[in-house]
Design a protein around this ligand. Sequence first.
Ligand SMILES: *[C@@H]1O[C@H](CO)[C@@H](O)[C@H](O)[C@H]1NC(C)=O
Ligand SMILES: *[C@@H]1O[C@H](CO)[C@@H](O)[C@H](O)[C@H]1NC(C)=O
Ligand SMILES: *[C@@H]1O[C@H](CO)[C@@H](O)[C@H](O)[C@H]1NC(C)=O
Ligand SMILES: *[C@@H]1O[C@H](CO)[C@@H](O)[C@H](O)[C@H]1NC(C)=O
Length: 367
Amino acid sequence: FLRTASLSQIPVEDLKDPLPPHWKCYMSPQGRRYYVNTTNNETTWERPSSAPGTPKNSFRHKNSLPINCVTFPSPACMPEQQLLKPSEWSYCDYFWADKKDPQGNGCITGFEVLLQKQLKGKQMQKEMAEFIRERIKIEEEYAKNLSKLSQIPLASQEEGTLGEAWAQLKKSLADEAEVHLKFSSKLQSEVEKPFLTFRENFKKDMKRLDHHIADLRKQMVGRYAAVEKARKALSDRQKELELKTQQLEIKLSNKIEEDIKKARRKSTQAGDDLMRCVDLYNQSQSKWFEEMVTTSLELERLEVERVEMIRQHLCQYTTLRHETDMFNQSTMEPVDQLLQCVDPTKDRETWVRENKTGEIRPVDIEI
Ligand SMILES: *[C@@H]1O[C@H](CO)[C@@H](O)[C@H](O)[C@H]1NC(C)=O
Ligand SMILES: *[C@@H]1O[C@H](CO)[C@@H](O)[C@H](O)[C@H]1NC(C)=O
Ligand SMILES: *[C@@H]1O[C@H](CO)[C@@H](O)[C@H](O)[C@H]1NC(C)=O
Ligand SMILES: *[C@@H]1O[C@H](CO)[C@@H](O)[C@H](O)[C@H]1NC(C)=O
């Protein structure tokens, strides 16, 4: 319904024709100009001319300004308002007005802006899960490659202390593979999975909230139209009464006196009607207001929860990653120790002991 609200034509400010004294021009959130008389707060869409006389089509509420059927205080009495949650930058304080749609010329409500943020948050979390999945795949593949390499029998015949160190080095690849495999499985259960278990039915819940708030706005639009209609009816009745009164001044007659009584009754009735319509509109706006506060605070809570949850699991990621390095290092320690013990002299002794073919040296022939 908001997209059809025609608040689009922007009057061109005529600089050659200045505003009459005490009138100021303001811009509505939809980018439409309106004018406020700073002495009595009278507010109007129509540019007042320097010619005397009150502007037509005035809002008639001196201290308020309806925009898309929501009634705001006129800018002249803004300082009276205080934030609901001062200094908290709460969602419930900053999304009351509608906003021009960046694409297209319609506008979206402040509430829709909040909902879009929520849906984007859900999408971001899903993408983070995807990213972690890729990270897991790299670890798994790396582990598989390490383990495959550790089983290749190259240089398995090396002997002695060097042979032992070499065997340990090959074994360390298998240990490392284990470490990376553990890292990948922990990433899956402790990071990826929590990211994927986003509140079920989230989108449905958001849609429900959207419809609820939009329905309340629709009701306000209807009731605002009723107020305008009742206002017009009252003004017509008043004009009629005025006309009859003028007629009576020209020519006294019982019939006209009767007509005046009737017109007065009708005018009073129109006034009552208007009050009833305003009351209904007020109730509707007040219900919308309450729902907006409750719901936006709920959205705010959900967003804090989301950010906190993601932060925690990313911390878990860095912890696991550090652990991997530590375990990974511990797989290297035995290799290092054995490398320290590599002793070519000892190796020679061992090898000679095992493979010697005879220590008795030859002597000269005796005849
Ligand atoms: C694993 O080895 C294959 C080739 O055997 C290679 O294409 C791939 O990049 C390796 N992956 C990692 C993570 O080292
Ligand atoms: C509508 O609301 C305004 C502002 O709260 C109040 O002054 C006025 O009396 C209300 N009108 C009716 C008819 O309820
Ligand atoms: C430990 O793992 C990382 C990759 O996770 C790798 O780059 C590194 O070479 C491994 N070894 C040691 C001793 O850190
Ligand atoms: C050296 O001795 C070891 C142990 O008896 C044996 O396994 C190996 O085959 C021998 N090497 C050669 C070259 O004979």
